[in-house]
Design a protein around this ligand. Structure first.
Ligand SMILES: [Zn+2]
Length: 172
């Protein structure tokens, strides 16, 4: 028997936000945030190509402005893109008008109906405003690959452990 899933705090607060796609098929939805940047994005694209895998890149508008060729490569190789604000602004520290403007500024460069708030920090008013226009995408598994102290093996273990928690949780 599969237990009903207890919603996370984020899902209770942010109704309609996407954290996970439930389905019969075994599938993972890979997302990469904060690019496009020359230090990481081309490498990620090369690896995805090697495995014939597609992903969604939540792009920072200012990085798209600085690195349009890498952004174009993401598009050319059939991946999806999402809005991640123009300056990677923190929703908890930014007044609503300024926040929405920053999202819209990113939208002039990133044509997408997907939005992911940087740091996952978004006020309820900001959320309710943006969800009229965007699908707000959060996540359920975080590899913590942004932590410079962690290596690839550590990140893999983190994902494996969190995934196992999900499996144990869902199956009784
Ligand atoms: Zn980010």
């Amino acid at each position: 028997m599969t237990k009903a899933r207890i919603p996370s705090i984020a899902q209770l607060l942010y109704k309609g936000a996407l954290c996970r796609i439930e389905g019969k098929e075994k599938a993972v939805y890979l997302t990469f945030d904060d690019g496009p940047i020359p230090e990481a994005t081309p490498l990620v694209l090369d690896i995805l190509k090697q495995y014939n895998a597609k992903a969604t890149f939540f792009c920072v508008g200012d990085n798209v402005r600085k690195h349009p060729a890498i952004y174009q490569r993401i598009m050319n190789e059939g991946h999806s893109v999402g809005n991640h604000t123009y300056n990677h602004v923190d929703g908890w520290k930014t007044p609503i008008n300024e926040y929405i403007e920053n999202v819209e500024k990113c939208a002039t460069l990133v044509d997408s109906k997907l939005f992911r708030p940087p740091y996952g920090r978004i006020g309820l008013k900001q959320f309710n405003n943006l969800k009229k226009k965007y699908k707000i995408v959060l996540w359920d598994l975080l590899s913590m690959d942004y932590d410079p102290v962690l290596g690839a093996e550590d990140c893999f273990k983190i994902v494996e452990k969190k995934h196992q928690k999900w499996v144990n949780y869902r199956v009784s």
